[in-house]
Design a protein around this ligand. Sequence first.
Ligand code: NDP
Length: 340
Amino acid sequence: DSYYDADADTGLLADKTITFIGFGNQGSAQAENIRDSGVANDRIIIANRDDRYADEAKSKGFNVEPDFSKAASLADIIFLLIPDQAQPRLFNEIIVPVLRKNATIVVASGYNVFFGLLKVPPSNNVVMVAPRMMGSSVRSLYQKGRGFPCFVSTEQDGTGDAHAIALAISKAIGATKAGAIESSVREETAMDLFAEQALWPNIIALFREGFSVLKDAGCSDEALCYEMWMSKEPAEIFEAAADDGFVQQLKRHSVVSQYGQLSGALALDGTGIREHFRNILHNQILNGKFCEKFSQIEGELELEGSANPLNQLYSRSKEMELVKAEARVRERLAQLRRDA
Ligand code: NDP
């Protein structure tokens, strides 16, 4: 199901105080869209520490409240728009104790709700309004009078009208113009984490191995880097897939290419990959294993240098032949620019 402008009534927001926790990517875009949709500025509070994000909100005329507890205590609707890993602590420790009985919590990602990391009292609403776009596009498409793909769902209905509020919010941020898609935190989390933990790791590994095989066969660093990604051809292929169709875009390629790609893909037995993917989805993502492991290391991600597990992964990735070759190519390009 999709919901359009006619399905939603932004009048439901008229008497509500709306607090945005966070004024980053999504927070700034959604707050500006909501205000431009007619929600009075004096009903919008931006909760942010007193820093550059707060300055930006003030420069755009918003009321900024550095005291999260106060900002949350006044709110009928709370947009939780800080990074996912920072949400549980702030929400459970600072927001829950002051939460109004019937306040609506809005998340833009399913992760923390699906894995039960937010301790929301039963009298509150929890809705997901999750744009499938970066904040800058959420804002620019709204300004152009166009919508953007967005998932919407009602996860907890404490007041009996949570769904109507979710749709009103979707309309006010500009999502129902293009049709907001009915979803759930389970679906959103499954697809998001699957792309991150199954699909893209395999794509990265395919490029890594493909690069090495061609390099062994005598192809040069430059030729390989440009052939495989630096020409931006893969980006163009995905754009054509979105415009023409996943398979139909092949018709933009030569007949040799079309024949090679289709016959090759259809001949591949995907059973092993499917089993591998199922295993990741069920035994790593949906069963909460990844979430549990990530919660354990999450604090270490703020550490400097090699104590940070993400930095360790980046260090290891430097051993990939593809990465080494690309570094050589980029250094040669930089040298050429310096010499020019
Ligand atoms: P950002 O990284 O842009 O958030 C930055 C904001 O969060 C700033 O206001 C920052 O203020 C604040 N913040 C960061 N850490 C903390 C903290 N520990 N305590 C309090 N405030 C903090 O987030 P996004 O907009 O990218 O993401 C917000 C939500 O939107 C997430 O749930 C994300 O999954 C979802 N989403 C994001 C999309 C995207 O394109 N980025 C797309 C769709 C959904 P300060 O540093 O001053 O504390």
